[in-house]
Design a protein around this ligand. Sequence first.
Ligand code: CA
Length: 565
Amino acid sequence: MMTLTRAAGLVLAATASMGAHAHGPAPAAAVELSKRCAALPEGLALPENTVIHSLVLNPATPEIPEHCQVDGEINHRRGIDGQQYGIHFRLRLPTTNWNGRFYMRGGGGTNGVLIDPAARVAEGYATIGTDSGHDNTVDKAVQAGGIASFGVDPQARIDFAYNAYDLVTQAGKALVTSFYQSPPAYAYFEGCSEGGREGMLMSQRFPAHYDGIISGDPAMHLPLGPLSGIYTTQLFVGLAQRGQHFLTSGQPAIGKTYSDGDLQLVSQAVLAACDELDGLADGIVDNMPACTSERVAKALTAVRCTAEKNDSCLTGDQISTLQTAFAGAVDSNGKALYSDWPWDAGIGGRAGSTYNQGWRSWWLGAYGAPTNTAIKLNFATPLAVVYSSPPLLPIAVADSLRYSMDYDFDRDPRKLYTTSDIYAQSAASLYITDATDLSAFRARGGKIMIYQGGSDSAISTNALIGWYRKMSAAMGPQTQEFARMFVVPGMNHCRGGPATDSFDMLPQLVRWVEGGTAPESVVAKASTPAYFGVAARSRPLCPYPKQARYRGTGDINEARNFSCK
Ligand code: CA
């Protein structure tokens, strides 16, 4: 593998704008770059077993300028399970306005989909993404959990855990350097959910690769999210059975345990308890740490049915089941297996006659669906196949509910930590990405911006905050000089909810990395301001532990009337 060094003599003004050429040498003319898309130069050093499948010069469209598209694959092979594997990647190299920067976007779920952040090409980035070594359209053996079946192949586990992102970064940087005859001046990684974990991975395990990282709602404790999903599934199945909610198939109807209106009652109870703790009743709980379970419990008691269940009250069983779920997965001795969850208004949300589905989609699924659609059920098979050693087979996606109900929280979590012959690394060691020593990343000048929705029901915000505090303690009082975390109250997993959930952190990350200007706040807009009954709303997102506070005058829907305190 060739050594990639930053262009010598690089000087960049603090006010460097996006789209400006970030490195010294004059860029090759567009026509010359277009010609380079015809063939790769001889002797180009790429990771072992890299094959370039195609080079295509894509003409400009209204969305994206002309660019060279490189589709490649690393280590194509047959797995021990007989399925075909390979680490696919797609690189896009703009011919007209390259800004000198390399940009990789991470994946989601258990990956297997080729990530292609082409929109950033319009901003001048050379972009890349990968499927992380398996392909959901190919690797989907039914009795091995469908798209979780790659977990049977030990190398596919490793590629998904960390290897693919490392190799694809190396291949991408080498191709960029060859194409522009200049290495990228800066490299950026961005992702949410599993992609957020991959960002964390880059800061922890491969600190040399990226100058700047945006890690959203990171699945940093990866197998523990699915484990906690099984815990909530068991709770809500019990509630469905006690409430006589069943599907026509005879399965308990998890989605029927709470109507959209019921969750709106919970959201209103949270707001009654906590909205004004930040000094402003605006439908946003900015002071989340003060919004304790005890406070919320009082407000929930106030809406408990005193007679028959109706639309304006919750049953005692609904309230206590939800409280048990929010307290987090435990074994029979009460030992925490993952994390508790913060109370926040994004559990509900109503815009006119439409209810927010973001929170319930993970734990409950849609209310009236003919099948159980809770997304957490989709992660039962990965828990069995990808995150257990050896994989627990046979299991099909159709077995997800049965597997979830049979799961024993005293016995089965151990499988995350075991190894067995060819599965030489435990799931925990492969996938839990919560190292707190970021000194190598800091030392190379790296900067990381982390964000998460306060009402993320996929991954607990409390787990992220717990990590951030540990990491800050390990890295010392100067932590904020390279790592900042932004909690987005009301936001669900990566987006959505009664929240200012629309923002792009990349421009500020670039200014931080290249100009030294740290992000004191990030202005975010509500993608659905109707949740607040207004036409538009913006807020500053604040670096933890700061929170947004109203200045006391001016429109409460405008970010400029708030400060971070
Ligand atoms: Ca408030």
